[in-house]
Design a protein around this ligand. Structure first.
Ligand code: AVI
Length: 322
């Protein structure tokens, strides 16, 4: 069970630094975490997903004008397919479409297939794989003359720190050929109070999403976290321009995680950092594109919730390598 061993190792490594305890955010998304995230996307305080969907709905035809047929679509993180539908429908009106959702979660792929099944002119080939494994697989199957359109929506890029995000965008570029495209969704900076509320909603859905990480450690690794002894905490880090989610220990306590062969003492007030959500400015996006081997071809910004859809084209290899 290598996945469980990796999880146990990540938990032990992340919790073993007093004063700097953290848990990797990828482990927030087990089946329960994924369902809680789905609920977050419906919250009135969390406008991000609705903005993403509005932009795709409104600008899909304009976006496709930049992409010569035939287009093959790969989505990194399939989600539930709801917002991608707008783009796929617009494309299917023009040509027969092959769509590769890539996700490590079989249930996410199944939901996506359910949401999109029945759309005329669309073939869905789900790939249960990491983002890059999936993308490499699609790139290896491409036929000459096809344009690859990679979707990385929902501001998932914001969950990487900025250098790691650029590294990842460069890795995507290495799977592409000039003229291929990346559609990148980025949540934009907005008043701090709005950002804090988006991640600390009054109904407590985001708190449950955050606490579920400890519950998951209890379920899968034999941990004994008492969830009532932790509080969801959200901060805005002005210098890094990101929301940070933490879990604060509300008492002095000892926690044991059997499968990680690990015990730690948490002080009252000590926090465990669980997720970072970076926010962007529209004018920094073209520079990010250039530094990672693309040209920013177009950008669309939502009028209600500051969020941008950025269409990048893979730059000629001579430019991308420099
Ligand atoms: C998945 N990701 C883009 C979400 C975000 O806003 O960074 C994750 C999330 N965490 C709490 N609320 C939403």
């Amino acid at each position: 069970m290598p996945a469980l061993l990796d999880f146990a190792r990540a938990v032990r490594d992340g919790l073993s630094k007093p004063g700097r305890r953290e848990l990797p955010s990828m482990y927030l998304y087990d089946e329960i975490g994924t369902a809680l995230f789905e609920a977050i996307t419906l919250l009135p305080e969390y406008g991000l997903t609705r903005a993403d969907e509005r932009l795709l709905r409104q600008y899909a035809p304009a976006l496709l004008e930049h992409l010569p047929p035939p287009v093959v679509v790969v989505e990194l993180g399939s989600g539930n397919g709801r917002k991608t539908r707008w783009l796929l429908e617009a494309l299917a009106r023009r040509e027969a479409v092959v769509y590769f959702p890539v996700d490590t979660s079989p249930s996410a792929l199944a939901n996506c297939r359910k949401e999109l099944s029945g759309m005329g002119g669309l073939s869905i080939v789900g790939l249960e794989a990491s983002y890059l494994e999936g993308l490499r697989e699609v790139a290896s199957r491409r036929r000459s003359g096809q344009t690859l359109l990679v979707l990385f929506l929902g501001s998932t890029v914001g969950n990487f720190d900025r250098p790691a995000a650029e590294h990842f965008l460069r890795e995507i570029r290495q799977c592409l050929t000039p003229g291929d495209a990346l559609l990148l969704g980025t949540d934009l900076e907005k008043p701090v109070a709005d950002m804090l509320l988006a991640y600390d909603d009054p109904a407590g859905v985001t708190a449950a999403f955050n606490l579920n990480l400890l519950a998951r450690i209890n379920r899968e690794l034999g941990g004994d976290f008492a969830l009532r002894n932790f509080a969801h905490e959200v901060r805005y880090n002005d210098r890094e321009r990101r929301i940070e989610m933490h879990l604060r220990s509300t008492t002095r306590q000892t926690v044991t995680i059997r499968a990680a062969d690990f015990t730690c003492r948490l002080e009252e007030g000590e926090t465990i950092w669980t997720e970072a959500c970076h926010k962007y400015r529209t004018d920094e996006i073209p520079g990010m594109a250039r530094r990672t081997g693309y040209l920013c071809e177009a950008q669309w910004v939502d009028g209600e919730w500051p969020f941008a859809e950025n269409l990048w084209l893979a730059a000629p290899d001579s430019i991308a390598a420099s």
